[in-house]
Design a protein around this ligand. Sequence first.
Ligand code: NAP
Length: 250
Amino acid sequence: MSVPLEGRAVAVTGASSGIGEATALVLARAGAAVALGARRKDRIERLAQRIEADGGRAVALEVDVSDESQARDFVEGAHSELGALHGLVNNAGVMLLGPVEGADAEEWRRMVAVNVMGLLYCTHAALPLMREGGGGHVVNISSTAGRTAAAGAAVYNFTKFGVTGFSEALRQEALHSNIRVTCVEPGFVETELQEQNTSPVVLHAVEKMREQIGDVLQPGDVADAILYALSRPQHVSINEVLVRPTGESR
Ligand SMILES: NC(=O)c1ccc[n+]([C@@H]2O[C@H](COP(=O)([O-])OP(=O)(O)OC[C@H]3O[C@@H](n4cnc5c(N)ncnc54)[C@H](OP(=O)(O)O)[C@@H]3O)[C@@H](O)[C@H]2O)c1
């Protein structure tokens, strides 16, 4: 078995389902010790048990990343539990779609709080720990929605364009501390993300898009891309990874 991440410690936010869960599994199988962050404690605890039963190393740390002190505790807790912090995968996210006019502003606040502020808080806490440890790698999960805007996704676009822009600026700053930055932009992935929408119009539009695409991505497809970026030699920095299902036209 190939263990390209042997001896590395990586924290993953949003590890209770979808891309984050698959990423934690893939990274652990590649030899990394992983810290699993999310609000659903039962899920991350079960995942940690599964990884440890497979011979890996995992700790489950309950966190709401939209709360600055919890986000800091998560990152510092990952560092102290695992003994180091080489990687941070900022994956936690929420996607609540619908037109701007008539939207519930609470949904906007949730998206900005998790997709933008949560990512900033975790990164802010991780940078000094990585610098003091001699370097590191921050992987930010943006989206094709961070490149191409579409009616009905305006505020999700707003958050993901933010993640993409932030990632490039951070890359330029952090390279001086030997910290690499990767922005991952997945297309349609089969996860629980879409299910948080309650509007029948939105759910219908999502279902139609899925039908047009055909075979959508599975969480493991994105996890493999993250593993690829994390496992390059230190002098190689994969800055952007755009992964779409083959049938996705936008
Ligand atoms: N699915 C797609 O088509 C797609 C495409 C492009 C990009 N993405 C991005 O991929 C990332 C992962 O999404 P997914 O598709 O895997 O969806 P998912 O299965 O719904 O996973 C979202 C994760 O985020 C966590 N999360 C949400 N709010 C949180 C909070 N306040 N604090 C901590 N964790 C929180 C959830 O955990 P808890 O609820 O347990 O806290 C869950 O683990 C997101 O950033 C999303 O925008 C997804």
